[in-house]
Design a protein around this ligand. Structure first.
Ligand code: ADP
Length: 215
C-alpha cells in the first residue's frame, strides 16, 4: 500500500482547509485539522472543548501541551496508518520540533509540505466573506487581525524552516480552487517521498531547492 503524508501551511483564508479536504478524498487519507478537532470538542461539550473555547474565540493559540497531545493521539489512530493530510499543525517552532520527533519515532517522514502563499489583504477579504457563510466566532475583523499577526510571528518561521530544508512546495493560493488543486496533484505525483525530518535547524538545506515552485 502506498502511504502519503502531507502537510499544508499558510495563512487564514488561503484555502488550505479546502484543499486538504480534496487531497484527503483523492488519496483516501484522513484530513487531520487541529482547528476542526478543537471546534468538534467545543460542539461536543467535552473537557477539552471547555478548556479551549475561550482561546479559540480570542484567536490566541491553544497551549502546546494540549495541541501536541491531541495530534500525537490522532496520528496513532488506525486510519492514519496509511497517511494523513495535516492542517493547522505545526503552528510554531515547538510544535514543529514535536512533529519531527513524532514522525521520526514512527519512521514516517513527510512526503510533501505545501505552502499556500497569500497576501494579508486577500486573506482578510476571504475570511470576511466566509464569516457570513460559516458564522465562526473567530472570523470577526479584530480576531482575524490577531490570528494573522500570530501567523506572521509564530507560523512563518515554521514555513521558513521547511523552506530552508528544501522541502517546501510554494503555491500561489490566490488562484481558483481547481487551479490550485491541479498544481497540488502534479506536485504530489512528482514528490520524491521520504523527505528527511527537519531536525538540524535547516543547515542541510538547499539540496532540494529545485523542487520549490515559484508562485
Ligand atoms: P485558522 O487557520 O483560520 O486560524 P484553524 O481552524 O486552523 O483556523 O484554527 C482555529 C483556532 O484553533 C486557532 O485560532 C487556535 O486558537 C486553535 N488552533 C488550531 N490549531 C492550533 C495549533 N496547532 N496550536 C494552537 N492552537 C491551534
Amino acid at each position: 500500500m502506498t502511504t502519503i503524508n502531507v502537510l499544508v501551511l499558510g495563512p487564514q483564508g488561503s484555502g488550505k482547509g479546502t484543499q486538504a479536504t480534496r487531497i484527503s478524498a483523492a488519496h483516501g487519507v484522513p484530513h487531520v485539522s487541529t482547528g476542526d478537532m478543537f471546534r468538534a470538542a467545543i460542539a461536543d461539550g467535552t473537557e477539552l472543548g471547555r478548556q479551549v473555547e475561550p482561546i479559540l474565540v480570542s484567536g490566541e493559540l491553544v497551549p502546546d501541551e494540549l495541541t501536541i497531545a491531541l495530534i500525537r493521539d490522532r496520528l496513532a489512530k488506525d486510519d492514519a496508518a496509511g497517511g494523513f493530510v495535516l492542517d493547522g499543525f505545526p503552528r510554531n517552532a515547538v510544535q514543529a520540533e514535536a512533529l519531527d520527533e513524532m514522525l521520526r519515532a514512527i519512521g514516517r517522514p513527510l512526503d510533501a509540505v505545501l505552502f499556500f502563499q497569500l497576501d494579508d489583504e486577500t486573506a482578510t477579504r476571504r475570511v470576511g466573506s466566509r464569516a457570513h457563510e460559516e458564522g465562526r466566532s473567530d472570523d470577526t475583523p479584530e480576531v482575524m487581525a490577531r490570528r494573522l499577526a500570530i501567523y506572521h510571528e509564530q507560523t512563518e518561521p515554521v514555513v521558513e524552516r521547511y523552506r530552508a530544508a528544501g522541502t517546501l512546495h510554494t503555491l500561489n493560493a490566490g488562484r481558483s480552487v481547481a487551479d490550485v488543486f491541479a498544481e497540488i496533484e502534479t506536485a504530489l505525483a512528482t514528490s520524491p517521498g521520504q523527505l528527511p525530518a527537519v531536525d538540524d535547524g535547516g543547515l542541510s538545506g538547499g539540496s532540494r531547492s529545485s523542487r520549490e515552485a515559484s508562485p
